[in-house]
Design a protein around this ligand. Structure first.
Ligand code: GLY
Length: 371
């Protein structure tokens, strides 16, 4: 069992990682005996793991006034789902001392967290992530939010949780492709700050062969890296932008394919490869470092292939990136592993480079089997 303390927001909080971390003592430590609140999850997650959670909440003396089930995936992050959540909280009579318990993947956590951030100008919430991606990324760091028809995460707030419980036993029911999606975020942290994480990924065939203890180590490593960055820059005014390594092209690819073709991890996996190639073409990354990083990225496994028609769509989508400022955007490059830097680029040049890279990647991919 591992613990990472995050000193961000008003009160520092703990991220517990391990088998069976979802228990009474840990819940009580943050929530206190006799607390009340709402449990927000999805039907699928409750069917799979609800019993364990309900038991732990009851043992901790938590009075769950209501369980609200939201759709899985982005359906949890619509303005309508958000309004439903606030209405349910009001109807359940929650007040400023109540808690939101977010139980599920990243979308549930983002949406429930944003409801906690805004209901009565902010109440406390607990993140209990059930996917690898949400354990290593969205449950930690306090970014909460929902989508608008015109873009993802366009409405949101920084609101740190009171506690994060990442119970790795939930990963047993996670489909391999979903697990792989989280591995790419762990890989990102390794490329940014930890050779040890990269070695662990390489030596366990992209964590596919990882033991439970190695998986805990990988999650802890990624969470610790994210925690240290968020502690320095909670509101993404400085270093937090490093966590966007691979995300500009990744988000463009996801948007261009209506979030239906790639997992988030696959998309940022391509984005990280792009960043390595771009760094090499700009003379920022040496050929040897670029080769090493490309090999490590490929060890995470096969991905849904890029198709030629995606290039133009993603090129266009990259121009609407949220990180764009005026005619420029900031792309994270790597001088070598663990040496990230922020590279300011003309947005049109960036979009053209994206289009060229995706066209070339699609040509390389034509013989790859599709999912
Ligand atoms: N997922 C990137 C961040 O939390 O800043």
């Amino acid at each position: 069992m591992k613990r990472v303390r995050v000193s961000a927001g008003r009160t520092p909080y703990d991220v517990w990682i391990g088998e069976g971390v979802l228990n009474r003592a840990r819940l009580r430590s943050a929530v206190g005996d006799g607390a009340d609140g709402i449990l927000i999850s999805s039907k699928r997650v409750m069917d799979l793991h609800g019993e364990a959670l309900v038991r732990a909440l009851r043992d901790a003396g938590f009075n769950s006034r209501r369980t609200l089930l939201l759709p899985d995936g982005e359906g949890a992050k619509t303005p309508r789902a958000f309004e439903r959540t606030l209405q349910a909280m009001a109807k359940a009579g929650l007040d400023r001392s109540s808690f939101v318990i977010a139980f599920g993947g990243g979308s549930i956590g983002d949406s429930a967290g944003f409801a906690a951030a805004t209901y009565m100008r902010g109440i406390r919430f607990v993140q209990i992530p059930t996917t690898l991606l949400s354990m290593v990324d969205s449950s930690v760091g306090g970014k909460t939010g929902i989508n608008l028809p015109s873009g993802k995460n366009l409405v949101g707030s920084f609101h740190q949780p009171a506690l994060v419980l990442a119970d790795v036993s939930f990963l047993r029911t996670l489909p391999p492709r979903e697990k792989q999606s989280g591995v790419y975020e762990i890989l990102k942290c390794g490329l940014l700050k930890s050779e040890r994480l990269l070695d662990l990924i390489a030596n366990t065939r992209g964590l596919r062969r990882a033991t439970t203890s190695q998986m805990e180590t990988a999650i802890e490593g990624a969470v610790r890296i994210k925690a240290r960055i968020v502690e320095r820059d909670e509101r993404e005014e400085g270093d937090r932008i490093l966590l966007n390594l691979g995300h500009t092209l990744g988000h463009a690819l996801e948007a261009a394919t209506a979030y239906r073709v790639f997992t988030h991890g696959e998309a940022i996996g391509y984005g990280m490869e792009f960043a390595v190639d771009l760094g090499e073409s700009l003379g920022i990354t040496s050929a040897a470092s670029a080769r090493l990083m490309r090999e490590t990225i490929l060890k995470v496994g096969i991905r849904a292939p890029i198709r030629p028609e995606m290039a133009t769509l993603a090129q266009r989508a990259s121009l609407t990136d949220k990180k764009r400022q005026g005619g420029h955007l900031r792309e994270i490059l790597l001088g070598r592993p663990q040496r990230p830097l922020v590279h300011r680029m003309d947005a049109q040049d960036f979009a053209r480079a994206t289009g060229r890279w995706l066209t070339a990647a699609a040509a390389r991919n034509t013989d790859t089997s599709s999912f």
